[in-house]
Design a protein around this ligand. Structure first.
Ligand SMILES: Cc1cc2nc3c(=O)[nH]c(=O)nc-3n(C[C@H](O)[C@H](O)[C@H](O)COP(=O)(O)OP(=O)(O)OC[C@H]3O[C@@H](n4cnc5c(N)ncnc54)[C@H](O)[C@@H]3O)c2cc1C
Length: 577
């Protein structure tokens, strides 16, 4: 037990606090400063160096104003199983284009033609690559490590923005119904910090249950918990369960794409099996993952990937576009194109899914005044729907939503008229943040985190969903939330941060299963063995969860706008149904 005579803390004052320094958070900070606001970007790890953005496979959707987006939007809506709003997808195409144009001007590490004038970067080289039967999707290759280094520099170049690395935000502060700041923990310094802010952009990523993929160690659903605790609503929580195909010996995140260039997944009997699960070539990502899990479950594992039929030009293109992944394959001692290699479904949580904080317009305002959301922290229900869609929309979303949230928060801060308060007012909040360190004993957070992983990650509960199994998982999580989490013990500041990670992931797991139990159909990632059919009559609606005064969820439904889906010819009109 640590006894604190005085809570050790520092005080920071800013206009816009950005929580999370991934691609979305960096854009938010840049945009906020352009509205005349000061911005402070706080990251649990390192701005530009933790979370997903820096590890992204390296391909971003890229359509320009010269392209007619209609075919893309139509196809994407189909792939996303219609649980989205085409108008938002159209907005995103344009918003992402603007950000890429700006990045291009900064010389960002995109694939480029060899047509540069001296001292300048070549023009962007976008490709219709790896799309199999999908010929409407333009993508741009990028080096995500270099991109995030550039983003960090660009944030600092604004002069009005500051960075605070290695600081975990654990609580948002609200006064008179609006955001006034946050409490953070600086574990290396063994200090807390009190940040006073007129507006906050939550860009703290999704929830990956600290899975094994790159960047996932940081992503525990803290954005959802921070928002929930101040009364903000969440949406699509049943879609926090993305899985992807990954090599068993290295992280080959995003490589479902290999099926699109001629890769064949084979079961233990050497048979290609995806045709059993879908007549599309390649099938959607969630179908690939479910197909693999089904074969393994029925005793026909392990799964192997045979890339021997991939044409040479596609191999070369892949090796270029995914050079970091190619290097990992090499280091794992596998020759992907010569050997059959073993693959399995890898859990990705809401990084692939679309769960997140609810908002309704392009200011990205959440339902608490002064709170804005961006990137994976925000629901991607409007743009990704029930599946990953055509994919590579996630970085585009971080670009578009990040910038929009920064504009929204920057303007809000400028008009807020709010003054900073004395830190004395928040003493009790600061002391409260240290409570797990003041206990004399109790379970350590890692033990409990492991139990949450067991309830969420195995395909048996979260690829193959079923009412009773989900009820059991939910009951287990509730017991942890009620009896164990409030008594977690933190012997030091490192364990203290982990206590908050447990709390956040417990809430995410709870809301994921509660929403999944409500959705009595199957659609995209949400596959229920007890309701195997998609139900467009009853379930073309999003589930929104709102906290009541005790923090318990009230669920309501928001209908997907059918009209545009009907105009696009991908949904029968209600009259005809
Ligand atoms: C391995 C991998 C490959 C991918 N490849 C692609 C791809 O090729 N194309 C594509 O479109 N998408 C891809 N994605 C998805 C894409 O990378 C993400 O959707 C996107 O980067 C999310 O950006 P973000 O800024 O919202 O979140 P992140 O980049 O995850 O950033 C969130 C940040 O918040 C910080 N944070 C979390 N909690 C707190 C807290 N409490 N306090 C302070 N800071 C906190 C984290 O440390 C992190 O730095 C990939 C994802 C992964 C994991």
């Amino acid at each position: 037990m640590r006894v604190f005579v005085e809570v050790p803390h520092d005080v920071y004052t800013t206009d816009v606090l950005v929580i999370g320094g991934g691609l979305a958070g960096c854009w938010a900070a840049i945009a906020a400063t352009r509205q005349g606001s000061r911005a402070l970007v706080v990251d649990k790890g390192f701005v530009g160096g933790s979370g997903c953005s820096v590890f992204a496979g390296g391909v971003v959707l890229y359509l320009t104003p010269e392209d007619d987006p209609t075919d893309f939007v139509r196809e994407h809506c189909r792939e996303s199983e219609l649980l989205l709003d085409p108008a938002w997808v159209e907005w995103l195409v344009q918003a992402n284009y603007e950000r890429i144009a700006e990045l291009d001007g900064w010389g960002a590490p995109f694939d480029r033609h060899d047509d540069a004038a001296e001292g300048q970067a070549g023009s962007l080289h976008r490709r219709l690559i790896y799309v199999g039967s999908r010929e409407t999707v333009w993508r741009l290759g990028l080096d995500s490590v270099e991109l995030m280094k550039l983003m960090r520099k660009q944030v600092l170049r604004t002069k009005q923005a500051k960075l605070l690395d290695h600081t975990t935000i654990v609580k948002l502060l609200v006064q008179d119904g609006r955001i006034v700041g946050a409490v953070g923990i600086r574990r290396q310094d063994e200090r807390l910090c009190l940040i006073q802010a007129k507006a906050i952009v939550l860009a703290a990523g999704g929830c990956a249950w600290k899975g094994t993929h790159f960047g996932h160690d940081m992503l525990c659903g803290e954005a959802y918990k921070l928002a929930w605790d101040v009364g903000a609503a969440l949406m699509n929580m049943e879609y926090a369960n993305g899985y992807i195909a990954t090599n068993t010996r290295f992280d080959s995140h995003g490589q479902c794409i290999l099926a699109a260039i001629g890769g064949k997944y084979l079961n233990g009997e050497g048979e290609p099996f995806l045709g059993k699960y879908s007549d599309k070539v390649p099938p959607a990502i969630h179908v690939i993952a479910r197909g693999m899990a089904s074969e393994i479950r029925e005793g026909r594992g392990p799964i192997q990937l045979d890339l021997s039929a991939v044409p040479v030009k596609d191999r070369e293109m892949w090796l270029h576009a995914f050079k970091h992944i190619a290097e990992l394959a090499r280091r794992s001692g596998q020759d992907l194109f010569a050997d059959r290699t073993q693959w399995h479904p890898g859990f990705n949580g809401s990084v692939s899914g679309s769960a997140g904080v609810y908002f309704t317009d392009t200011t990205m305002a959440a339902s608490v005044p002064g709170l804005f959301v961006a990137g994976d922290a925000a629901t991607r229900g409007y743009v990704v729907g029930a599946s990953s869609g055509i994919t590579f929309l996630n970085l585009a979303w971080a670009n578009g939503s990040g910038y929009a949230a920064g504009v929204g928060a920057g303007e809000f801060a400028q008009n807020s008229g709010q003054e900073a308060h004395s830190d004395a007012k928040w003493k009790s909040e600061l002391a409260e943040a240290l409570r797990p360190m003041e206990r004399t004993g109790g379970l350590l957070p890692d033990v409990v985190y492991g139990q949450l992983q067991t309830q969420a990650m195995p395909p048996e509960v979260n690829i193959f969903r079923e009412g009773e199994r989900m009820q059991r998982a939910l009951a287990h999580v509730r017991t942890l939330q009620e009896e164990v989490v409030p008594n977690l013990f933190a012997p030091d500041f490192h364990e203290l941060v982990k206590c908050y990670e447990v709390e956040a992931t417990a809430l995410t797991t709870d809301l994921m299963y509660e929403a999944a139990l409500l959705r009595t159909e199957s659609r995209g990632w949400h596959f229920r063995e007890d309701y195997p059919q998609r139900d467009d009559t009853g379930w073309l609606k999003w589930i929104v969860a709102e906290p009541d005064e005790k923090g318990e969820p009230d669920f309501r439904y928001v209908s997907v706008p059918r009209k545009r889906l009907e105009e696009l010819g991908i949904l029968e009109s209600a009259a005809a149904v």
